[in-house]
Design a protein around this ligand. Structure first.
Ligand code: CP
Ligand code: NVA
Length: 319
């Protein structure tokens, strides 16, 4: 489980399917251990710095609690209160932080900023969400689907809505885990073209399906998982009104879900907006697994932290 020791988690381009499966597996083991009140202090005495330039409930709480459960400590560092907020260069900040902490998690706007930080840091850097990607969420989602469906291979995920960070990360991870991914967005709101090309390349290798379309019905037809996310991500607030109009035909509601497999599950990374991207009867209905998904952020984040930050020898024979 130390295959990522000392490495960063910035996106999934540089991680292969085996390492991704290992991370999901480790998350499941850490979850089982926690449920039986067994503590793995894999990060005893270690510290994680958490820089937040955007709001967060799940990411902040799961990383902070996760560090505590692993025997370490987390520092909440709102970007506005760091000197970066007053213009200190990212490169200096990364080198200074590396002298204090054992890892850094960053939630910010530009993916390029997280990558610059990682280039200049000498400790692992974890992407806690950028405008482009949200890898930590997807690891939790994979664990959740595995628990509910018993497998990942051959599972078809229909992502409906905005071609945002979640859509990009879905395209990156699905082919590597043997899953089919279909993304339906309005024209002009699709995922990053380079990410679509990358997904198609990996899909050929794994024999999976990648479909990017403007037709939500085509995406959802016979799907195992229906996934959506907000139409107005953090940073998109100025476009809110226009977006609500453009996305009107993309709501996940009973009519759309009726096209999926009868035992489909509904997922949403949260926070959700009932009556916008999803109808209340779907997100609060019997197919919804949103709170299992949210819980699994904790277990998945612990896996990422342990895999990147634990010392050699920290993992016993049971892990
Ligand atoms: N899903 C997710 O990342 O939630 P937060 O914005 O609350 O961290
Ligand atoms: N796409 C959303 C996800 C929030 C967890 C955003 O970036 O705001």
């Amino acid at each position: 489980h130390r295959v990522m020791a000392g490495k960063d988690l910035l996106h999934f381009s540089d991680i292969d399917g085996e390492d991704l499966r290992n991370l999901v597996h480790l998350a499941g083991l850490l979850k089982e251990a926690q449920k039986s009140h067994f503590t793995h202090t894999l990060l005893a005495g270690k510290t994680l710095g958490m820089i937040f330039d955007k709001s967060s409930t799940r990411t902040r709480v799961s990383f902070e609690v996760g560090m505590l459960q692993l025997g370490g400590h987390a520092l909440f560092l709102p970007g506005s209160q760091l000197q970066t907020g007053r213009g200190e260069p990212i490169s200096d900040t990364a080198q200074v932080m590396s002298r204090y902490v054992d890892g850094v998690m960053i939630r910010t706007y530009r993916q390029a900023d997280v990558e610059e930080f990682a280039d200049c840091a000498t400790v692992p850097v974890i992407n806690g969400l950028t405008d482009e990607f949200h890898p930590c969420q997807l690891l939790a989602d994979a664990l959740t689907i595995l628990e509910h469906k018993g497998r990942l291979e051959g599972i078809t995920v229909a992502y409906v809505g905005d071609g945002n960070n979640l859509a990009n990360s879905w395209l990156q991870i699905a082919p590597k885990l043997g899953m089919n991914i279909r993304v339906a967005t309005p024209a002009g709101y699709g995922p990053l073209q380079a990410v679509v090309e990358e997904a198609k390349f990996h899909a050929v290798q794994s024999g999976t399906e990648v479909l990017v379309t403007t037709d939500p019905e085509r995406a959802v037809a016979n799907a195992d998982v229906i996934y959506t996310d907000t139409w107005v991500s953090m940073g998109d607030e100025a476009e809110a009104e226009e977006r609500l109009q453009r996305f009107a035909g993309y709501q996940v509601n009973a009519a759309l879900c009726g096209l999926a497999k009868p035992d489909y599950v509904f997922m949403h990374c949260l926070p959700a907006h009932r009556g916008e991207e999803v109808a209340a009867d779907i997100i609060d209905g019997s197919h919804s697994i949103i709170f299992d998904q949210a819980e699994n952020r904790l277990h998945a984040q612990k896996a990422v932290l342990a895999a990147t930050m634990a010392d050699a020898g920290a993992f016993g024979e049971d892990l």
